[in-house]
Design a protein around this ligand. Structure first.
Ligand code: DON
Length: 309
């Protein structure tokens, strides 16, 4: 039986679906180019433990930049705020997510924030562990703790596809290594980063991750604190100021939900104290955000009055 919440979500998908026609799937990571641009799906996890879903929700997709939220939380847990923010800034940027421009012009050279590629690479470099396998295992275990889904793993095909074509990210890493922002081996860092970006989830997994972040770090099912409160707050703040890159200002006005996008077409939404949202729609706008997904989130925000502002 379809409940009224699901009917509402289905109606909202129908309203947002035409916008996917104006977007394109990412192809700079070749394996992502195989996605169906007409797909749109959503899951919403709510305080009563219910998860409402609509659309093509069994479709798995890779986290891509959404993983930056997770590695930021883990690096802060590993090293504390002072160390992490000695290497990565806290300010938004009007530049695209993969821009190298500010690294050269800012003195000292330091990525502006942990959501752009340069900042995220510097953060992944900090993840503790002696091998790539151990460090990736820690990232995966952290995700398992948030989602209660221990089957979550990375997609080797997408990871390899990105690793083999990651020359821009490679350039960012070598530039930052010269400036001592990156300390470790660059090829190992790229291996870990591309595998972290290739972690595969579905909308329900994203919705519960969003709930945990919005709920100041406590898993609603196990009642375990997975992220310290102050770190969950930092992460949520970056989602507001930098989560949608150089569209974050407009998104805050139109949607008003802490969110993080990825070039696979995923969007993670964390409504403080009581709702997590996972969206998938691989057709992207020119800034690398899911075009139908943003429209869908805007509709959901208005319908349920979710703006935090
Ligand atoms: O590093 C990259 O370019 C990708 N693995 C992730 C970029 C991304 O998801 C940007 N998001 N909209």
């Amino acid at each position: 039986m379809i409940c009224s919440e699901q009917e509402t979500l289905l109606e909202m998908i129908d309203l947002a679906l035409p916008y996917t026609k104006h977007g394109k799937v990412a192809t700079y990571i070749p394996a992502l180019g195989e996605a169906d641009p007409d797909t749109l799906a959503v899951s919403i996890y709510t305080t009563n433990g219910e998860c409402y879903s609509a659309g093509n929700i069994n479709q798995k997709f890779t986290l891509q930049s959404i993983s930056k939220v997770i590695t930021l939380a883990l690096a802060l847990m590993d090293h504390g705020e002072d160390y992490v923010f000695s290497k990565v800034g806290m300010e938004p940027t009007g530049d695209p997510f993969n821009s190298i421009a500010k690294l050269e012009t800012l003195v000292p050279s330091k990525p502006l924030n942990p959501m752009i590629n340069a900042g995220a690479l510097a953060v992944t470099d900090m993840i503790a562990g002696s091998t790539v396998e151990e460090r990736l295992g820690r990232i995966l275990s952290f995700i398992h703790e948030m989602t209660n889904n221990t089957s979550i793993h990375y997609c080797d095909k997408v990871a390899t596809s990105e690793y083999e074509t990651a020359d821009l990210n490679r350039a960012l890493c070598y530039f930052m290594k010269q400036h001592r922002v990156v300390i470790g081996d660059v090829e190992q860092l790229l291996e870990l980063y591309t595998k972290q970006c290739a972690i595969e989830v579905d909308c329900k997994d994203l919705a519960i991750i969003g709930y945990v972040i919005g709920n100041e770090g406590v898993n609603p099912d196990t009642k375990r604190r997975v992220i310290p409160m102050q770190i969950a707050r930092i992460v949520k703040t970056f989602m507001v100021t930098c989560g949608m890159y150089n569209a974050s200002g407009e998104f805050a006005i139109r949607v008003g939900i802490p969110a993080k996008s990825g070039v696979s077409g995923g969007i993670l939404g964390a409504v403080p104290y009581g709702m997590g949202i996972g969206i998938y729609g691989p057709a992207l706008d020119e800034k690398g955000n899911s075009i139908g997904g943003m429209k869908l989130l805007e509709g959901i925000s208005h319908r349920f009055n979710l703006s935090i502002f």
